[in-house]
Design a protein around this ligand. Structure first.
Ligand code: NAD
Length: 259
């Protein structure tokens, strides 16, 4: 392999990345994808079994991995994990704020606790994790932050009002962060998935009849895989996206463009 080919194949060589919610689905595919292309990866989640198997996959690729059980809505846990990750793997270059939760409760029946749960996991986590890694990124004039939002940041769903609010907030936080941080060569962007078969959606999309109903409404005529989404995450984490700031890359098989 020539030097140029190697640089292209291992575009994250020597980098340190943190991926939240990496035990399954989109987070896991992103963490493993970054490792495939050369990055050492720190992974966190509440699901320790899933984390262990993601770690095994990353180590088998010859990369370093640091894992930790973290509730991303807890500032103390987030800051101590980010510090431990940097101590184990080196200063953090890439942060993928992926951990998230769903909501399937009609607005009139929403309780305060459910509101707080959804907003804390989907929005406050981005606020915490980003601030935990930013001082070092700003010192080094380098960083990539990718927030996983959703097509639901711009399309409303029944029984999903607070999920909509959380993803809309995450989308606009991405834009506000990008505006503040672009001058430090820190790129902040979002990926907005459509319908992806993951732990979050397996009850719905794992059922062939329901999946077929959804597929009929998706221009690409299929449900996405986590790998479809991770491909966009990796692009935004790469230096090919050095002049992309505050964007949301919707990866949805054409769902938004037909609305
Ligand atoms: N699956 C879809 O169709 C879809 C569509 C649009 C957006 N998304 C977004 O993609 C992201 C990833 O979800 P996924 O679909 O891969 O689901 P997933 O359930 O497979 O993965 C989410 C992970 O986040 C972890 N997590 C949840 N709460 C946490 C917390 N408080 N602290 C730490 N970890 C926590 C879960 O344990 C899980 O491993 C989420 O932000 C979700 O909103 C998913």
């Amino acid at each position: 392999m020539t030097e140029a080919e190697e640089k292209r194949a291992y575009r994250f060589k020597g980098r340190t990345a943190i991926v939240t919610g990496a035990a399954s689905g989109i987070g896991r595919a992103s963490a493993v994808g970054l490792a495939v292309e050369g990055s050492n990866v720190a992974i966190c989640d509440l699901n320790e079994e899933g984390l262990k198997s993601a770690e095994a996959e990353i180590l088998a690729l010859g990369r370093k991995c640091h894992r930790g059980k973290v509730d991303v809505s807890r500032k103390d846990e987030v800051f101590s994990f980010a510090a431990a990750a940097a101590a184990a793997l080196g200063p953090v270059d890439i942060l993928v704020n992926n951990a998230g939760t769903g909501q399937f409760v009609p607005f009139a029946m929403m309780e305060d606790e459910e509101y707080d749960r959804v907003m804390d996991i989907n929005v406050r986590s981005i606020f915490h994790f980003s601030r935990a890694v930013l001082p070092s990124m700003m010192d080094r004039d380098y960083g990539k932050i990718v927030n996983i939002t959703s097509i639901m940041s711009v399309i409303a769903g029944q029984g999903q009002s607070i999920y909509n609010a959380s993803k809309g907030a995450a989308k606009m936080m991405t834009q506000g962060m990008a505006a503040d941080l672009a001058g430090y060569r820190i790129n902040v962007n979002a990926v907005g998935p459509g319908m992806v078969l993951t732990g979050l959606t397996k009850n719905m999309l794992g059922d062939p009849d329901q999946a077929a109903e959804f597929e009929a409404k998706i221009p690409a005529r299929r449900i996405a895989t986590p790998g479809d989404i991770a491909a966009g995450v990796l692009f935004l984490c790469s230096d090919a996206a050095a002049y992309v700031n505050g964007e949301t890359l919707f990866i949805d098989g054409g769902m938004i463009c037909t609305r």
